[in-house]
Design a protein. Structure first.
Length: 304
């Protein structure tokens, strides 16, 4: 970052999940949102996941909390363009509610998901720890993306992609054993961890409580690195010429509330890679090992 450059902020995320009510064309409720700038040909998939989560949460008025969502990416979305999220109220019960959200752009569906909500009730509690085969240093001892990329270049990385990786994603991300931007740093193992934290305190989002905003934040940031353990084990850095990736489907479970403004450890594992697809899983933990959420995602991985 140059001396006169503005410091990175988390405002990109909060702008992405700021929805405007609209007249529904297909289902019960509708909202519009705008995909955020990025240096790739199409919008970041996490925009669609987080926006759909926000739209579903705004349709539930009885205090239930989002506990799971399952979605498919149908088409690439244009950058900086409006997306219409149509919400179908499938069920409202005493303990659980279910919503379907379809995102439309240019008259065609680009993303679809089911989201489920729970009132919560007394019961037992259990949470597995990170259980990593890696030694994970404290985030303060690791370089941020800007420091790592400052004197590096190569592959398909441009100044725009370097700036985006360094400060355009709303979250500071610090890799263990090392990043995959230009080369696979560390061993080609199916495991990695990423410390993540917003660049600054998350702003309020109109229509969402702080807890709802925090769940949308996890849905937003999870997509950036969930395929990386697959790329790592295959020896494929992001800037490798000819590499093309795309999110295909996504599942997420929210287990408990926790602070999202502090560092979270995102523990990730490659599950399978075959036929041009790879499946990764991830779990979000607080610094004191409280398990907040679990993610599974399959993506297309194509090499020249």
């Amino acid at each position: 970052m140059t001396a006169d450059a503005a410091p990175p902020t988390s405002a990109v995320f909060t702008a992405a999940v700021t929805l405007s009510p609209a007249d529904p064309q297909h289902f019960d409720l509708a909202f519009t949102a705008t995909t955020q700038p990025c240096p790739w040909p199409k919008a970041y998939g996490g925009d669609l996941v987080a926006q759909a989560a926000a739209a579903a949460m705004r349709s539930v008025a009885d205090g239930k909390s989002l506990h799971s969502m399952h979605g498919y990416f149908l088409r690439p979305a244009d950058i900086g363009a409006a997306v219409r999220h149509e919400v179908e109220l499938l069920r409202d019960g005493r303990g659980y509610s279910t919503r379907q959200v379809r995102a439309y752009q240019n008259g065609r569906p680009v993303y679809v998901c089911l989201a489920n909500f729970a009132a919560g009730e007394p019961g037992g509690s259990f949470e597995a720890g990170p259980d990593l085969d890696l030694e994970v240093p404290a985030p303060e001892t690791l370089p941020d993306s800007a420091a790592y990329l400052a004197e590096r270049s190569g592959g398909t990385m441009t100044e725009a992609s370097k700036a985006y990786w360094s400060g355009g994603r709303s979250f500071d991300m610090r890799h263990v054993p090392g990043p995959l931007y230009l080369a696979v740093e560390g061993k080609q193992t199916p495991h990695q961890a990423v410390w993540v934290r917003p660049f600054d305190r998350l702003r309020p989002v109109e229509g969402l409580t702080d807890d709802q905003r925090d769940r949308a934040a996890l849905a937003y940031v999870c997509d950036y690195t969930i395929l990386e353990p697959v790329l790592r084990v295959l020896g494929l850095p992001w800037a490798m010429p000819g590499l093309v990736t795309a999110s295909l489907d996504h599942a997420m479970w929210f287990h408990r509330r926790g602070p999202v403004d502090d560092w979270l450890l995102y523990v990730q594992e490659a599950v399978a890679a075959e036929s041009g697809r790879g499946l990764g899983t991830g779990r979000f933990f607080t610094r004191d090992h409280r398990h907040l959420a679990t993610v599974a995602q399959e993506g297309m991985i194509r090499t020249a």
